[in-house]
Write a protein that binds this ligand. Structure first.
Ligand code: APR
Ligand code: ZN
Length: 244
């Protein structure tokens, strides 16, 4: 069966994505050869993105975070756009993403489960006041609230738990899908990678440049670029075709 056949016959698709969904928007992923975790730092990025490092070396955390984790000029690519169209056309139930860049919502997706939070949500640790991403981007040193408290991004750092409601929503969506598309993820971080196990539907589709532990269990595997693969599929929407 071709991917087009699978998508044509699907009524409740769920998309489970990772950093590879945003590389065609110019945001490097983590574990590819040119990924963030391959770049040389005195302290490994996985350590700098941990809760203990945040609290012990707050200023250094924000220096790295501002430099590497705030791609505020990135635009949604063909993958993000297609998924939002499929949702509007009633073919896609939800997007479950490990990404924190907000590009699915920027493309128009409504039901997005952000397992690792979002750079667009930041709050004061003392009074809870919310701040947008550009407040962090434009801050110097440690971003401070008007009350003097530290403003912390609502992204799941290593050692931190995922949001329970988000987990429940994501698992529920995956469990009710007839087709699950897993894309742009090495499936190497838990618990996110385990959510795929809740899938009970007919078609498990994988679109990933490098091999993953899931490859042999899939109905369909493509090692193409997810933006190109999804961009080549119909939008199923009545709207005029997007110019891209
Ligand atoms: N099209 C298809 N696949 C791609 C593309 C692309 N355009 N670009 C990259 N890939 C693939 C790579 O081959 C790689 O297997 O996407 C995968 C990205 O894997 P990772 O860099 O490990 O990213 P991800 O799986 O999202 O990491 C999970 O790790 O550090 C944590 O919280 C962070 O959410 C992140 C989590
Ligand atoms: Zn405050």
């Amino acid at each position: 069966m071709t991917l087009l056949d699978i998508i044509n016959n699907s009524r409740s698709i769920v998309f489970f994505g990772g950093a590879g969904v945003s590389t065609e928007s110019g945001i490097p992923d983590f574990r590819s050869a040119d990924g963030l975790y391959r770049q040389k730092y005195s302290v490994p990025p996985e350590v700098m993105l941990s809760a203990s490092y945040f609290y012990a070396h707050t200023e250094d955390f924000f220096r790295f975070y501002r430099e590497k984790m705030l791609p505020l000029d990135a635009e949604p690519n063909a993958a993000h756009i297609r998924l939002a169209q499929w949702e509007r056309a009633g073919k896609l139930l939800a997007v479950v993403t490990q990404n924190i860049d907000g590009l699915h919502q920027a493309a128009g997706s409504k039901r997005v489960y952000e397992l690792h939070g979002s750079i667009h949500r930041n709050h004061c640790l003392s009074c809870g006041k919310s701040y947008p991403a550009h407040f962090i981007a434009e801050s110097k040193g440690i971003p401070r609230c008007a009350c003097g408290g530290i403003v912390k991004p609502d992204v799941v750092l290593y050692e931190e738990p995922l949001d329970q409601k988000t987990i429940e929503g994501a698992i529920q969506a995956i469990a009710s899908a007839d087709t699950l598309i897993v894309a742009g993820t090495s499936l190497s971080v838990y618990p996110a990678a385990s959510f795929v196990d809740y899938f009970r539907g007919d078609n498990l589709v994988l679109i990933n440049r490098d091999p993953t532990p899931l490859d042999e269990k899939c109905t369909f595997v493509s090692h193409g670029k997810v933006g190109e693969v999804l961009g080549a599929l119909p939008s199923y929407s009545s709207e005029e075709e997007d110019p891209s």
